[in-house]
Design a protein around this ligand. Structure first.
Ligand code: LIP
Length: 264
């Protein structure tokens, strides 16, 4: 394990312990960003912890995180390494006492995400990957499921806090339900994608923020998934960072799901 991976896993576990402790103390403070996007004081505390650890160990690095620097979007232009962090992915789940939430930490250098860690402290499951070295769950290698039949495929997705465009999303759900086995809406994109990497799901699609998927996308690719988009990708944006209309699946199902989701 490289020094960066050791650091990322250690910080993810420390932040995970913090968010479990904060919720157990039953003094969770819930507020709303932009009107209806839920955030808790634990998100902010975990974000501050991760930022502090990065500043202590890698003072020249930059941080893109949901809670403290959402404006730094063109990470691939950065001349110094960038950590891409979601301190709690699955915030609504976390605030409502569910266990499908995770700390997500990705490392980007020279325009390439080379490390990803997604840690669910409620299940003690740490998903990780380094570029070109495969994907692991608690240190054991994981691979995508080999399901090749749409009608047997279980597909995960999610929906944004802002409800505009929801009718189009419902139509996609209708198409998936007519052609696949079932849908899962688990509430954490990072864990949806890591579960696909571990063979627990067969496909995933959604539009997100970069910090939701940056780490998990590398983990899924290293586990054998195809990661792409079922919509237009701007020419000046590196696809690994583009956050609209993501589609992730094993190489056989990917084109089948692409055709399904692209239907008018
Ligand atoms: C969440 C994602 C989820 C998506 C939600 C939200 P957050 O991230 O993980 O898949 O459907 O709308 O974006 O806000 O919990 O970090």
């Amino acid at each position: 394990m490289t020094e960066l991976m050791d650091f990322a896993q250690s910080v993810a576990r420390e932040a995970g312990e913090l968010v479990v402790r904060e919720r157990a103390q039953a003094d969770l403070v819930i507020s709303y960003k932009g009107g209806n996007e839920l955030v808790t004081n634990a998100d902010v505390k975990a974000d501050r912890l991760i930022r502090t650890r990065i500043e202590q160990c890698f003072s020249e690095h930059r941080l893109l995180s949901e809670e403290s620097s959402p404006e730094l979007q063109r990470v691939w232009d950065s001349e110094v390494p960038v950590w891409i962090v979601d301190p709690i992915d699955g915030t609504v789940n976390y605030a409502r006492g569910h266990i499908q939430s995770a700390v997500s930490i990705a490392y980007c250098e020279n325009g390439q995400i080379t490390l990803g860690v997604v840690y669910n402290p409620f299940t003690d499951e740490l998903f990780s990957a380094e570029l070109g070295k495969g994907a692991l769950l608690n240190g054991v290698a994981i691979r995508v499921a080999q399901e090749t039949t749409l009608r047997r495929a279980v597909i995960a997705t999610g929906f944004p806090y802002i409800k505009e465009g929801i009718d189009e999303m419902v139509e996609r759900v209708r198409s998936i339900l007519h052609n696949c086995a079932d849908i899962r809406r688990l509430g954490s994109a990072a864990l949806d994608i890591c579960w696909l990497a571990a063979g627990r799901l067969d496909g995933y699609y959604e539009s997100l923020s970069l910090w939701d998927f940056a780490a998990a996308r590398l983990i899924a690719e290293e586990a054998g998934a195809v990661c792409g988009h079922f919509g237009f990708v701007p020419k000046d944006v590196d696809p690994q960072f583009f956050n609209k209309n993501l589609l992730i699946a094993n190489p056989v199902l990917y084109p089948k799901l692409l055709a399904l989701l692209r239907q008018p």
